[in-house]
Design a protein around this ligand. Structure first.
Ligand code: SF4
Length: 407
């Protein structure tokens, strides 16, 4: 089976030529793996059943703000101001509606739309309090990355932004429109970034120097410096997660995991945990027909992990997933935000040419940007349980996306 023949839960994106012709077990990316680890049944509804979900203003907000931040870098550096970014909101919204007309149903009243766009603008304001895009020239934006691991699992995902500095060091940047996670859930958020780092390392041969999560909901930045041992551990966990998903696919045992996430789940009415009745699983023939019907499109992905705020302000995909300190024996994490400018450089003053270092020390020719005080070193390592009742423990991963081979 080739990657092209796989059932593909995320049909958008460029052609996947790098793996054409390679036999793979299946594909996995951070967002769907996060679903599985939070609730295997949620994964089933989204990936196996592919049941459409109602438009969500939080997800739409993430999509729109991401689109604006991507387009912003189309402008000459000197024009990358808040006003220019805000001016992109309406046209980008119109583009979203043109691509997905049902999204317009979120705001039947023009005043509602105006208020929602104001919320988006306020997220952009927070972005500009954290970074000065006039000092940045991203190497890549909305970069699709993929690689077939030795296990024959295809790992893939979209990187919001890739920066490469004068020394060739790579920084992976991801925007979140929600709030930064509590310390307990930092590992989960970082797993997504390590997943990207693993994919980039394996496909490009170089470990990214810095992983950076930019939380626009509360103006915090979470930074992490991965190392080889860290990414090898991530690879093991990704493979173990895939085995757990494959086993659930084989047995049909997609157990629900009740949690605070349920309040944000679009499938509550059909979930046995809430008195619902499970729909029958699609037959292999139905899955094959669907895979043949689906065509890649140029739509922008959503921002599920930073979209709907869970109670406490954290992303909804929290779940009780283990983060595992063993995953990051050598890496170091730090967080900073606009509330704590001028802290010590958390990661050796890594910066792009013209950009200030994270700690506030300007790089040559750069403009200081807000920095922060790093958290005590070491990756957070909340404990957790296996991805779902009856599903084998994965060994402590955090986040991901997956589709079983042929399923
Ligand atoms: S309602 Fe809760 S337990 Fe049920 S599928 Fe959704 S997240 Fe899982």
């Amino acid at each position: 089976m080739t990657a092209e023949l796989l059932h593909d839960p995320e049909t958008e994106g460029p052609p996947r030529t790098p793996v054409d012709g390679v036999n793979v077990l299946g594909s996995l990316s951070p967002s769907r793996a996060s679903d599985f680890m939070s609730c295997p049944l949620l994964y089933r509804f989204r990936v196996i059943d592919q049941i459409p979900e109602a438009p969500d203003p939080y997800a739409a907000r993430g999509t729109l703000v991401h689109a604006v931040l991507e387009r912003l870098f189309d402008l000459p550096a000197g024009r990358r101001t808040l006003e220019e970014a805000a001016a992109l909101l309406r046209p980008q919204w119109d583009e979203l509606v043109a691509a997905e007309p049902q999204i317009a149903e979120l705001f039947p009243d023009p005043e509602q739309l105006t208020g929602w766009l104001d919320e988006c603008r306020s997220l952009l304001e927070t972005y500009f309090s954290l970074e000065d895009p006039r000092c940045l020239e991203p190497a890549e934006r909305e970069l699709y990355v993929e690689h077939v691991l030795d296990s024959k699992l295809l790992v893939r995902g979209y990187v919001d932004r890739l920066d490469v500095n004068g020394e060739g060091l790579i920084r992976v940047v991801d925007y979140k429109t929600g709030q930064s996670p509590s310390e307990f859930f930092e590992a989960k958020a970082l797993f997504q970034m390590k997943f990207y780092a693993l994919t980039l390392w394996r496909s490009r041969g170089r470990i990214p120097k810095l992983l950076q999560l930019v939380y626009l909901g509360n103006g915090e930045i979470l930074r992490y410096e991965p190392d080889e041992a860290d990414l090898l551990a991530t690879e093991r966990k990704v493979n173990a997660l895939w085995l757990a998903i494959a086993r659930a696919t084989e047995t049909g045992d997609w157990r629900p995991r009740k949690s605070a996430l349920c309040d944000w789940c679009d499938h509550k009415s059909r979930c046995p945990e809430w008195g619902g009745t499970l729909p029958p699983l699609p037959t292999p023939e139905e899955i094959a027909a669907r895979a043949a019907r689906d065509k890649p499109s140029a739509g922008r992905r959503a921002d599920p992990s930073g979209a709907s705020p869970a109670p406490g302000g954290n992303p909804p995909a929290g779940g009780s997933v283990s983060g595992g300190g063993s995953e990051s024996p050598g890496g170091s994490a730090s967080s900073s935000g606009s509330a704590s400018p001028g802290g010590a450089p958390p990661l050796g003053g890594w910066a792009l040419p013209g950009e200030s270092s994270p700690g506030g020390t300007p790089a040559p020719g750069g403009t200081p940007s807000p920095g922060g005080t790093p958290a005590p070193g070491g990756a957070p390592s909340p404990g957790g349980s296996s991805p779902g009742g009856g599903v084998p423990a994965v060994g402590a991963p955090d986040v991901g996306e997956a589709s079983p081979a042929g399923g």
